[in-house]
Ligand binder design. Structure first.
Ligand SMILES: Cc1cc2nc3c(=O)[nH]c(=O)nc-3n(C[C@H](O)[C@H](O)[C@H](O)COP(=O)(O)O)c2cc1C
Length: 356
């Protein structure tokens, strides 16, 4: 392994990513309050260990949508990672397969969904932004089905494109924004569209971008297999709440009728443990995935996942739990963050953080 800590990965990523690329990966919308709240929420939870519980064997493997997962983590969909490294989506999928976790391929990825599928035997999810009507959906979902994707994630927190001010001030626009038409379909998205997609797709569906229990309830009624709690990493609605803060109410509303996923600011094994203790089935990593790719491509991402796995193992052992199902809210307490929250507050040894 080239990297022993994710600190080193972030530091290298910062060095490798030039100007607008760093801001594209690391930034949020407007004042970046929602983005920092994600970290603030995680940093506002302390862990409460038990002792003398025999943790000589710690099992952190789980299932995610019925598929075996080496750790309770998956790779969140990330557009335009080809800005970071060529054929990035392929590297991400290779890392998921080699490590043994689920990958959600962004609908805005390069190489294409066909090329990724050709090189991949493991379970995978395809994520869409709805950018067309019935014909568009039938054509795209036909290709997704034909290429044996196991599930479809529909992102629903992007009805309107947000102002990413770091990029705007740099006078730079990511390819996803310039190349893609059909925004009016994203704005018009509603439960009828969801039902139409469900009817065309006919397989498991993930509702990505939920932050209220009311919507989780409707999602379950409309057949979602997964309610995915997300505020897009604080890249869409600024001043949204921290995802870890809204998670418990959504878990309660879903009440075991679907799996609950969460993402938003997750950088550490201890972060993952907090979400599992609050009832999430799995945690998505976004920015951390991009930083790892930027630091070292496929091997950087493999190192990053191995470090995360080690952190999960250590946290569980020191909490006195030997399997994930032993985790519950009794292991958590409210706490005041030790530092002001920012996107790098999980990495205090990086000089000058936050890194802008
Ligand atoms: C560079 C970047 C690109 C993203 N592209 C997509 C995308 O194509 N589709 C999507 O549903 N979410 C996308 N997201 C949101 C992530 O899937 C995920 O919800 C978010 O990054 C999680 O927060 P985190 O970055 O703090 O881990 C993107 C996020 C980033 C940082």
């Amino acid at each position: 392994m080239e990297f022993r800590t994710n600190h080193e990965i972030i530091r290298r990523a910062r060095r490798n990513a030039r100007g607008p690329v760093w801001d594209y990966l690391a930034g949020g919308s407007e004042s970046e309050t929602a983005m920092r709240r994600n970290r603030f929420g995680l940093d506002s939870i302390a862990l409460k260990p038990r002792v003398l519980r025999d943790v000589s064997t710690v099992d952190y493997a789980t299932t995610v949508m019925g598929h075996k997962s080496r750790i309770p983590v998956f790779l969140a969909p990330m557009a335009s990672l080809q800005l970071v490294t060529p054929a990035a989506a392929q590297a991400v999928d290779d890392a998921a397969e080699e490590f043994g976790i689920l990958n959600m391929l962004s609908g805005h990825s390069r190489p294409s969904l066909e090329e990724i599928a050709m090189n991949s035997l493991h379970p995978k999810v395809y994520q869409i932004y709805v950018r067309g009507g019935r014909d568009w959906l039938e054509e795209l979902l036909g290709r997704v089905k034909q290429n044996n994707y196991d599930a479809l994630a529909v992102t629903v927190d992007a009805a309107v494109y947000s102002n990413r001010e770091r990029q705007m001030m740099a006078g730079w626009t990511p390819p996803t924004r310039t190349n893609s038409g059909g925004r009016e379909f994203l704005a018009a998205l509603n439960w009828d569209t969801w039902d139409e997609i469900r009817q065309i797709w006919g397989g498991p569906m993930i509702l990505k971008g939920v932050s209220r229990p009311e919507d989780a309830e409707i999602g379950v009624q409309h057949g979602a297999s997964v309610i995915y709690v997300s505020n897009h990493g604080g890249r869409q609605l600024d001043h949204d709440r921290a995802t870890i803060q809204v998670l418990p109410d959504i878990v309660a509303a879903v009440d075991g009728r679907a799996e609950v996923f969460v993402d938003g600011g997750f950088m550490r094994g201890t972060d993952v443990i907090k979400a599992i203790a609050l009832g999430a089935q799995a945690v998505g990593i976004g920015k951390l995935q991009a930083f790892a790719l930027c630091a070292g491509g496929l091997s950087g991402l493999m190192d990053c996942l191995t470090i995360l796995e080690d952190e999960i193992r250590i946290a569980m052992g020191l909490l006195g739990v030997s399997s994930l199902d032993q985790l519950d809210p009794s292991y958590l307490a409210k706490a005041r963050p030790v530092d002001p929250p920012h996107e790098m507050s999980a990495f205090p040894h990086i000089p000058g953080a936050p890194l802008t």
